[in-house]
Design a protein around this ligand. Structure first.
Ligand SMILES: Cc1ncc(C[n+]2csc(CCOP(=O)(O)OP(=O)(O)O)c2C)c(N)n1
Ligand SMILES: [Mg+2]
Length: 541
């Protein structure tokens, strides 16, 4: 449970008000963007366009807190693919996305279904879509950042946090756990994985108690785990007479039932709570003194939808340790299908959208207006947006000059030789040199360094680790062809056998010029029969 000392101070009352207004706006724009694409925009073939209103709503609070308050320009984010509309809505409010592209969401030249570095025009850090890959990419980007800094580059820039917004069912993807193991080996830092724990996947409600397995798992690999379960309304109610009984009921309530009651609303909560704990003295008063709407607001007030709790959790995280936030959320929060197990691809009907529009105070014809329907003055909102730290840099994508590549190398090429031998000889030759080119090469291999002929290069350039680790065979004077010494200056990153990690690391290294402002020339080796194991990651690289 969240045990932090940093409280969101009362001076933040203004900020909280603005963030709450922006959260509403982000949810509205994301929902409207999808609605417009499916119901309003010209559609020549009449086929469904799609989009994920429920998955987006689940992250509205968390992404509002991150982008408008917590993140700094140097931080990089992998957004849960199907929360792309929330991302684009945020970019629109920050002036980095156009209305035309939002109107063309999922269409030609429109904002992409899933955030894309190459196809989107706004500020996407990591392409996501095939779940799991973006999550691992943040881990390898953090290792890349450490690599760059250990080599004495980019030290004049602040360190960034690499943040992944992760669906709870996304954690079924094995590549995430392969990466976790590698992060542990390499002393991962500056990495946040924020789990959108809405307890729903595409098809179903997830198993009971999953959070406890994850908590243990992450702790085993040296991560801090912060669980954001209850919102501040709930925490206050637990302090009322009878509150402890309510807390116990919530803790024991199965996921499916909680989701079903969220969907059913205040009267259903009252009936169920009264049937199950309503005869237990104080708690009856706690329930009966609230209207149906108040009761629903209380029961829906999970940690991941409570702005003060979310801010407090993010602001108190320690950079030195990787941190996993398990945030309880409701899939479809604030929308008519909240909590319903069929809501993954659910779209609000035109009538439901009309009700939502009225509730949001948006006048017909003003649906795309940035501040429409918000209670705060436009000037105040705009001046807040103008000061958002994340958007303060003129360009978050960095660039750097190209590297000169030698015109020729004095490698003796035999009339007949294997490509593997040739490759080893070429790298051996490059490794002799102290050119800028040679210093920016970084090699990596999933446990086939020696057999793919990288040995001579590694002997010359060493293995990378944040801390020096001696080769004991060498210090014990046992003859070996390979010098296996690790140091912060090393230029080879040795991976375990998981090929998926290889391709994701290569992708992270290859983006270093854009993320760290220092160009790396990544080279990975593996055997061709195993390329297929990492093809999806290679596709994204
Ligand atoms: C590799 C891969 N397999 C399948 C999908 C299709 N898919 C998209 S979202 C999703 C379910 C995700 O559930 P969760 O991660 O819990 O996200 P939520 O929508 O609940 O926020 C699936 C199976 C995908 N995008 N990528
Ligand atoms: Mg989910």
């Amino acid at each position: 449970m969240l045990k932090s000392t940093t409280k969101v101070s009362s001076t933040d009352a203004n900020t909280l008000q603005v963030l709450s207004a922006l959260e509403h706006k982000v949810l509205w724009l994301a929902s409207w963007m999808i609605h417009n694409a499916n119901h309003l925009r010209e559609n020549s073939d009449g086929l469904k366009v799609g989009g994920h209103q429920a998955s987006s709503a689940s992250l509205a609070t968390i992404m509002t807190a991150l982008y408008f308050d917590v993140l700094r320009p140097q931080d990089r984010v992998a957004v849960k693919p199907h929360a792309s509309p929330i991302f684009h809505a945020i970019q629109y409010l920050l002036g980095k996305q156009t209305r035309e592209r939002l109107e063309a969401f999922r269409g030609y030249k429109g904002a992409q279904s899933y955030p894309s570095r190459t196809k989107d025009a706004d500020d996407v850090d990591f392409s996501t879509g095939s779940v799991g890959l973006g999550v691992a990419q943040t881990l390898f980007s953090s290792l890349t950042q450490d690599y760059v800094r250990a080599h004495g580059w980019s030290l004049n820039r602040p360190e960034g946090r690499m943040v992944a917004l992760v669906g709870d069912a996304e954690l079924d993807e094995g590549n995430i756990f392969e990466a976790l193991l590698e992060g542990w080996k390499q002393g991962l830092r500056n990495c946040w994985w924020i789990v959108d724990y809405n307890r729903q996947s595409l098809d179903a409600v997830v198993r009971e108690g999953l959070w406890a397995r994850y908590e243990q798992h992450f702790k085993n690999f040296g991560w801090n785990v912060i669980i954001l379960k209850y919102g501040s309304l709930q925490l206050a109610a637990f302090k009322e007479p009878g509150g402890e009984t309510l807390r116990q009921w919530i803790d024991n309530c199965p996921n499916q039932l909680y989701s079903a009651l969220v969907f059913a609303g205040g009267a259903a909560w009252r009936k169920r709570l009264t049937d199950e704990i309503g005869d237990q003295g104080d708690v009856s008063r706690l329930i009966s003194k609230r209207s149906d709407d108040e009761l629903a607001a209380l029961m829906n007030n999970l940690g991941g939808h409570d702005m003060p709790s979310v801010l407090e959790a993010f602001r108190s995280a320690d950079a030195e340790k990787p941190t996993c936030f398990i945030c309880y959320t409701v899939k479809g929060f604030g929308l008519p299908f909240a909590g319903h197990k069929d809501n993954h691809a659910g779209l609000m009907t035109p009538q439901q959208m009309e009700t939502f529009r009225q509730a949001m105070g948006v006048r017909p014809g003003y649906e795309w207006e940035k501040f429409e329907g918000l209670a705060l003055p436009k000037d105040q909102l705009q001046s807040f947006l103008d000061r958002v730290p994340f958007a303060s840099a003129s360009a978050r994508r960095l660039s750097t000059s190209m590297l000169d590549v030698p015109g020729s190398l004095s490698v003796t090429i035999q009339p007949v030789m294997s490509t593997q031998t040739g490759f080893g000889a070429i790298l051996n030759e490059i490794g002799r040199d102290d050119s800028d080119f040679a210093r920016h090469i970084v090699t990596t291999s999933p446990d086939v360094t020696v057999s793919t002929n990288l040995g001579p290069w590694v002997n010359r350039r060493g293995l990378f680790a944040r801390q020096v680790m001696a080769d004991t065979f060498k210090s014990e004077h046992i003859p070996s062809t390979f010098n296996w010494e690790f140091s912060p200056k090393g230029q080879h990153i040795e991976l375990g056998i998981a090929e998926m990690n290889l391709f994701i690391l290569l992708s992270a290294l290859g983006l270093s010029h854009s993320i760290n402002g220092e160009r790396l020339l990544p080279i990975g080796t593996l055997y061709d029969p195993f390329i297929a194991r990492g093809l999806d990651a290679l596709n994204y690289a």
